[in-house]
Design a protein around this ligand. Structure first.
Ligand code: GAR
Length: 195
């Protein structure tokens, strides 16, 4: 039997992308196995969603560690124990540091709610509305040391609902939920396994 790609999902928020990816794995649409969900926000709703799907939750607050390096070394030890091959960021609102980047070179993927390089960082949808753009979108990219700057794997455009961040966010999420699983499936098929 061919073993599935082992992934860890990192999330800080609601976890709607987590939920879609978990279902895609379970239903065979994505040839991957979610080893764990890592969150830096123990009170976030993704924790509830992960528990409902019986996936291991690792909740670690960076402020409980003396340095970012110490935080990431602890995360890395757990990822290695679980045999995680890819890190999938799904609403993880923290920059990945050198420790994890060195351990997972070109093996960390992120989804961002804009057509990068436009509107990196926080509140990309609010930024798009404030700039008055008519079209924004979704980007899936590999993670490097910058803020939403790594090589782009896939993009899709989404029309802005004028002045309405909530409606625009809804359209963006709907596109994210399709684009992320498709892009990950293509990526995992095209890159050799590490195990
Ligand atoms: C998603 O829109 C994702 O693109 C964004 O956070 C949201 C998480 O939603 N990520 C970023 O802004 C990263 N810079 P979810 O918790 O419902 O999956």
């Amino acid at each position: 039997m061919i073993s599935k790609t082992k992934i860890a999902i990192f999330a800080s928020g609601s976890g709607s992308n987590y939920e879609v990816l978990e279902r895609a794995c379970r239903e065979g649409e994505l040839d991957a196995e979610i080893a764990l969900v890592m969150t830096d926000k123990p009170a976030s709703f993704v924790v509830e969603r992960a528990r409902q799907t019986e996936i291991r939750v690792v909740a670690l607050e960076p402020k409980a560690f003396p340095t970012k390096r110490a935080f990431e070394e602890t995360v890395l030890r757990i990822l290695r124990e679980e045999g995680v091959e890819w890190i999938v960021l799904a609403g993880y609102m923290r920059l990945i540091g050198p420790t994890l980047l060195a351990a997972y070179p070109s093996r960390i993927v992120n989804i961002h709610p804009s057509l990068l390089p436009a509107f990196p960082g926080k509140d990309a949808i609010g930024q798009a509305i404030a700039h008055g753009v008519k079209v924004t979108g979704v980007t899936v990219h590999l993670v490097d040391e910058g803020m939403d700057t790594g090589p782009i794997l896939a993009q899709a455009a989404v029309s802005v609902v004028e002045g309405d961040a909530a409606m625009t966010a809804q359209s963006i999420h709907a596109v994210e939920h399709i684009l992320y699983k498709e892009t990950l499936q293509n990526l995992f098929k095209s890159v050799p396994a590490t195990r």
